[in-house]
Design a protein around this ligand. Structure first.
Ligand code: UT7
Length: 342
């Protein structure tokens, strides 16, 4: 594999943005719908609350567009400057087309290319890796990467679905990657993996539908058929997650001849606070070296890393020259990491 020095260009994160719906759903709110408790949810996941859209007010693409607008404006650009769109989600508005084209339409952009990524929790990491390759080869200058997720309309909000439904939240995050000739800074490397042997351990098995219509279809569905809802073998996913997170972070460090002590900020996919804490402890990182916000947003799948990255950056927790690592694991199984010199 070519090293960064063999490229003429590097990609830097030039702008960041995120959007979450205003509607806060607390653990106590969920306790009114199903047999669960604030104590159980906080103890097992760290989640205190999450955001759910008001049905009909937002879609996956509309939230993505809001996050993208912020990222483009923070980069000092206009939608006309964007050369390519990468949209990661497991909950597209329609079964097809994917939401990438809706960003092109709603931001009134030129007829630039748009690609949709279906890699669930690792979707944003895959998206950054893809965008980075287009930039490093010199093909594009400014690439918009979005992760957006609308979970709330497709979850089983009864006791039957409680092990999954309490975890997930709605939201979107976005970055603009910009081509630069400074090879010292920007995306140093990305590392992607999959293991389809475990495809069914975290999945929606039934024929997919767009999240705009999912509730209507479920209402007409056999009430005992759970195949339309996400299924997760929680303990098995948890065990695999901690192993793969560790491996892929180490892989990224080794590729760049760096060590754990070089990490300034780790942004783990916000799957479960207990997973992030396990990794933090294993790598002996301080609270300042790991950013978590799952307590307030739940697990927003492809949106979780860009939301957390944007928040950490807004709070001044990421400084020029810092070594920032993004790492994700989820359905597929798929996992990956991105090593960034900020
Ligand atoms: O983002 C993609 C990657 N996803 C992940 O990494 C998630 C990984 N897995 C997890 O985070 C955890 O496995 C969960 C949070 C999903 C579940 O925690 P757990 O400690 O593995 O619990 P469990 O599923 O083994 O359930 C323990 C008990 C069960 O009751 P019994 O059989 O012991 O009587 C469940 O029925 O807790 C019960 N339970 C609940 N109780 C109250 C399951 N969900 C709930 C709930 N409220 N929401």
């Amino acid at each position: 594999m070519p090293t960064i020095q063999e490229h003429m260009y590097n990609s830097r994160i030039a702008g960041l943005g995120f959007y979450v719906p205003e509607n806060v759903v607390t653990n106590d709110d969920l306790s009114k719908l199903m047999d669960t408790s604030d104590e159980w949810i906080q103890e097992r996941t760290g989640i205190k609350e999450r955001r759910h859209i008001i049905k009909g007010e937002e879609t996956t693409s509309s939230m993505g567009v809001k996050a993208a607008k912020m990222a483009i404006s923070n980069a000092g650009l206009t939608p006309d400057d964007i050369d390519f769109i990468v949209f990661a989600t497991l909950s597209p508005d329609y079964y097809f087309p994917g939401p990438g084209v809706m960003v092109q339409r709603d931001l009134e952009m030129k007829t630039v290319g748009a690609v949709d990524i279906r890699n669930q929790c690792s979707g944003f990491v895959y998206g950054i890796s893809l965008a980075d390759q287009y930039i490093k080869t010199g093909m594009y200058e400014n690439v918009l990467v979005i992760g957006s997720e609308l979970h709330s309309t497709g979850l089983d909000m009864t006791t039957r679905g409680r092990d999954v439904s309490v975890i997930f939240g709605d939201g979107a995050g976005s970055v603009v990657l910009r081509r630069e000739e400074n090879l010292e800074k920007g995306i140093l490397s990305s590392h992607l993996h999959s293991e389809g042997q475990h495809a069914e351990e975290l999945s929606v098995i039934a024929p997919a539908m767009g999240t705009r219509w999912v509730t209507d279809i479920l209402e007409a569905n056999d009430p005992d058929d759970t195949s339309y809802f996400p299924y997760m073998n929680g303990k098995f996913v948890f065990k695999n997650a901690v192993v793969r997170f560790s491996e892929v972070i180490r892989e990224g460090l080794e590729k760049n001849n760096l060590g754990v002590e070089d990490i300034d900020m780790l942004i783990p996919h916000q799957a479960n606070l207990r997973i992030a804490q396990f990794i933090q402890k294993k790598f002996k990182l301080s609270d300042d070296q790991v950013y978590n916000n799952i307590m307030y947003y739940g697990n927003t799948t492809a949106a979780s890393i860009p939301i957390a990255l944007t928040e950490a950056w807004q709070k001044g927790k990421i400084k020029d020259g810092d070594l920032v690592i993004l790492a994700a694991f989820g359905s597929g199984f798929t996992w990956g990491s991105v090593v960034i010199r900020w």
